[in-house]
Design a protein around this ligand. Structure first.
Ligand SMILES: [Cu+2]
Length: 174
């Protein structure tokens, strides 16, 4: 077995040594002076950087319209402002809200930290925000379906937390 492997090893080792020798001999002469190579490399790097900057600026400009904060800010102006006051263990808020209009809930708390979570008529969580004492959080919502919605507290706030909820209707007119 060892005798059959030996010729193959010698052949492969010979090829490897030949490659090393070829590289060593062929790089004896300086093909390009160091200063010239460096200058050329810096020029290539400069062009790559310029290309990259152009590509990034183009991507930034093209994606600016999809930036979420801009649409959110633009939508703030014409909205109906609805104050919500959370307290142990209820929410003080209107019983009826309009359909299809932007609403900004101004959510705060009278006592401890609560959470104002809005569930649609199918029981899915639509939006939520913290209700904090001495601080107002703004929650923008547009209701697209009429029906009975439920606001639930989503942060443990005391012994009655599990019962802390309120319902309101969404429909035409307000
Ligand atoms: Cu709670």
């Amino acid at each position: 077995m060892a005798l059959r492997v030996l010729p193959l090893f010698v052949l492969l080792a010979g090829i490897a040594v030949a490659v090393f020798l070829w590289v060593a001999v062929s790089t004896q002469q300086v093909v390009c002076p160091q200063a010239t190579a460096q200058k050329r490399a810096y020029a290539i790097r400069g062009r790559w950087l310029a290309g990259l900057l152009v590509a990034l600026l183009a991507a930034f400009a093209l994606s600016l319209a999809f930036f979420p904060y801009i649409s959110a800010t633009a939508a703030l102006a014409p909205a109906l402002r609805v104050p919500v006051l959370a307290e142990q263990y209820s929410f003080e808020m209107p019983a009826h809200l309009p359909l299809g209009k932007p609403i900004i809930f101004e959510v705060t708390s009278r006592d401890v930290n609560h959470d104002f979570g809005i569930y649609d008529p199918a029981g899915r969580l639509l939006a939520q925000v913290q209700a904090m004492p001495d601080y107002t959080n703004y929650l923008r919502v547009v209701f697209h379906k009429p029906g009975r919605y439920t606001a639930r507290c989503l942060e443990y706030c005391g012994i009655g937390h599990a019962l802390m909820q309120n319902t309101f209707t969404v429909g035409e007119g307000q």
